[in-house]
Design a protein. Structure first.
Lengths: 320, 424
């Protein structure tokens, strides 16, 4: 909370009087910020606006310049007898449901497992730095490669996972991990959790190492049970880092594409919003409709992110 | 900051892993399929041409799934990329990709397509422009294990019902005999173009069955489809492993070739591979037309086929066309048939004694090709991907047990109507 007090005092200073030096500083700041803002405008704002514009046209991938303005009819359109457009497409809502399901379960598991692994790696033991380096491997492998590796491991006939489970007697018949509608979402979640737990671990570990040791010393002197120390000291102090890790993962999961596409292709039981948008954009060549789906995806992600940040900040304020 | 520092190495690693490798310079680039022996054959032929003419050619391979391959080409072509000069395209794509492809009539001699199956040439011609040179033709075939049928004293099935019964009996008997991995029937069940081919065969083999008729009417919500899908649904988890719902051609071949399946629906290319030296089922395999849908049904196999096209954005269109005409020459087609079982599109080759000796089913194949069903790609034109998608999606839902057959067909009909709007 020391950060916010320094911020406040700076603001107060600015309000009191604006010296020439400060004005120069503001100018310099703008000067240094301009390249980045230009860059952002070029790589983020422009494509975003263009996608939004395309979503209002009936452009085709074969010739993107040939589209004409159709208003909001890609989103919702009433042609006398029936409604059409994304907002009434059951496939789209199925994709939204899948994405939310995927996000909640996988981010939840990742946070819990990531925290556990980080706590484990925070304990001093020989070879700790080696283990810390090794645990990063899943995160360093490109998703396409790891998803392909997993798709062979999960294969129903030759996969090693089924082989192990069969020989351990956990199942009597091989499971069709990526094909069975009840299992395929779990298969996707398992692979995603495997890949991104290291990321959460890394953030948590960094935060753990910055925790003040005096609280722990005080707790030890008072003879507090370690579990209570965890709930009362470690967790609240970790909260800001935890929230950062979670928002990173939530934003990533909401636009998940690669792991799902490699494991289960366009199958509707795992189709995410991004897979849906790509299918329309690329496979059906319907740039207008696909862009409308992308725009909705962007809105969903933006709304959830804002809500999360707002709630997260309030939570922190209440606690402090 | 400390967090950032610890993250940096991982971030850099991820970044570098994502960078594309820089490709070496080449005069021409050709993209060949990589299903079965395709890539090897393509590389050899291209190398021979390179030696002959002194041109550099780079061969790039593409995804095995036809749906993914189409997306890949669409991205490259709509970016007007000069990276790929020659692409291998499925015979359902000429209509969609035509505007990106060169008219080969302009550069090839007038008799270039002489002796080819007329249907193939017609299919490759869009608005009078020959946008693709047909290369080989495909049709769904029923592969069966001769030894197993003999062992249990069964006939090659004539109808799907017979196939189901035989598969069930033999599978059970084989499992009792000590092979827990034995299966009855393997097909392509993943939600992709291959499932469209399979399901179209089931439906079209029933009397009066079809998806979209040649006039463009949607005829899928019928008794024929109901019967076909109900039967197909009963296979999954019984005579076919549940994993079949995520199988493309090659996953299925893996199961069959390792000796664990009695029947398999697949394309002709599989013949060369199951008969190869290291195949567990060498000399134990027979090929037959796909079963009929009931006593009054007919044999129906989905026709496929691939051709070679030259991108309009190629920097060397003439040279590219030269390579295309070399690769599609009669001599090359015969060689590819002998080595890789890729069926020629030049009619006279079906009477070639050498080919008939190597592939005893070639006599039948001519009639299978004549009984073939075309996917409704020409009538639905650039909506075909949606039609196919809607179809395989619903069929996949039925096979996976998520959708009752009746509901799936009703939904499919209304979705197709929506895609069609007033006209295709």
């Amino acid at each position: 909370m020391s950060v916010s007090t320094t911020h406040a005092s700076c603001d107060e200073l600015l309000l009191i009087r604006e010296t020439p030096i400060q004005r120069r500083r503001v100018r310099a700041a703008w000067l240094f910020l301009t390249p980045m803002l230009l860059c952002l405008a070029l790589v983020a704002a422009w494509p975003l606006l263009r996608t939004f514009w395309f979503s209002l046209t009936d452009a085709n991938l074969a010739d993107t310049s040939g589209g004409s303005f159709v208003g909001l009819s890609n989103y919702l359109f009433h042609d006398g007898s029936s409604w059409s457009g994304i907002l009434v497409d059951p496939q789209w809502w199925n994709a939204v449901r899948n994405t939310l399901h995927f996000t909640v379960v996988s981010v939840g598991l990742e946070i819990v497992l990531g925290l556990l692994v980080a706590l484990l790696l925070n304990i001093k033991f020989t070879g700790r730095s080696l283990v810390r380096a090794l645990i990063l491997i899943p995160w360093a492998i490109p998703t396409i490669v790891s998803a392909k590796i997993w798709s062979w491991m999960l294969n129903d006939q030759f996969g090693i996972i089924n082989h192990l489970m069969l020989s351990l007697g956990l199942i009597d018949a091989p499971l069709a991990w990526t094909a069975d509608a009840d299992l395929s979402m779990w298969a996707v979640i398992i692979v995603d959790v495997w890949k991104t737990v290291p990321f959460v671990t890394l953030l948590m570990l960094a935060a753990l190492q910055m925790l003040p040791s005096d609280c722990y010393e005080a707790a030890r002197v008072d003879g507090i049970h370690p579990l209570k120390v965890f709930w009362r000291v470690t967790l609240p102090l970790l909260m800001p880092a935890l929230l950062v890790a979670a928002i990173f993962r939530i934003l990533d999961s909401l636009r998940v594409f690669d792991v799902i596409y490699v494991l289960t292709s366009n199958s509707s039981s795992t189709m995410s919003m991004s897979v849906y948008a790509r299918q329309h954009l690329v496979e059906f060549q319907d740039v207008g409709y696909g862009s409308a789906a992308s725009t909705l995806l962007f809105l969903v992600v933006a709304v959830i992110a804002m809500l999360y940040l707002y709630l997260g900040r309030r939570q922190l304020e209440v606690r402090s | 900051m400390k967090q950032l520092k610890t993250l940096l190495p991982a971030a850099l690693l991820t970044l570098f892993a994502g960078l594309p490798s820089v490709s070496s310079a080449a005069d021409l680039t050709i993209s060949c399929g990589a299903v079965g022996a395709e890539l090897q054959l393509c590389k050899e032929a291209v190398e021979a041409w390179s030696k002959q003419t002194g041109n550099n050619v780079e061969v790039v391979s593409t995804p095995n799934s036809a749906t993914e391959r189409l997306s890949f080409y669409q991205q490259i072509l709509s970016a007007q990329s000069t990276d790929i000069d020659i692409i291998q395209i499925d015979m359902v794509w000429p209509g969609m990709l035509a505007k990106h492809l060169m008219d080969l009539r302009e550069v090839l001699p007038a008799n270039a397509t002489q002796g080819y199956f007329q249907a193939q040439v017609d299919n490759a011609t869009v608005n009078g422009r020959l946008v693709t040179m047909p290369w080989f033709t495909d049709s769904g075939l029923l592969y069966y294990r001769k030894d197993l049928l003999e062992k249990y004293n069964k006939q090659v099935p004539q109808t799907w019902e017979e196939m189901t019964a035989t598969a069930r009996d033999v599978q059970q008997a084989e499992r009792n005999a000590g092979n827990p991995d034995a299966w009855g029937y393997i097909f392509q069940g993943r939600a992709y173009e291959g499932l469209t081919c399979n399901a179209l065969e089931w439906i079209s083999s029933q009397p009066e069955g079809g998806l979209v008729n040649p006039r463009g009417d949607i005829v899928v919500n019928s008794q024929a489809s109901r019967a076909a899908l109900t039967l197909a649904k009963s296979w999954v988890g019984d005579i076919s492993p549940r994993g079949v719902l995520n199988y493309t051609e090659e996953e299925g071949r893996g199961v069959f070739q390792s000796g664990n399946a009695l029947f398999m629906r697949n394309w002709p290319y599989v013949w060369a591979l199951v008969q190869s030296q290291n195949s567990a089922v060498k000399d134990k395999v027979g090929v037959a037309p796909l079963p009929r849908g009931g006593e009054t049904g007919n044999h129906a196999s989905t026709l496929g086929g691939w051709g070679l096209a030259v991108s309009r954005y190629s920097a060397h269109p003439k040279l590219a066309a030269d390579l295309v005409s070399y690769l599609t020459s009669a001599q090359q087609q015969k060689h590819r048939a002998l080595i890789g079982a890729y069926n020629p599109v030049i009619e006279s080759l079906y009477q070639d004694p050498e080919l008939l000796a190597a592939m005893p089913y070639y006599g039948q194949l001519h009639s299978i090709l004549n009984d073939g069903v075309m996917r409704p790609a020409s009538i639905t034109a650039d909506r075909y991907p949606r039609v196919s998608n809607a179809f395989f999606d619903r069929v996949h839902g039925v096979l996976a047990g998520e959708l009752p057959v009746d509901q799936a067909l009703a939904e499919l009909e209304s979705e197709l109507t929506r895609i069609k709007r007033r006209n295709w």
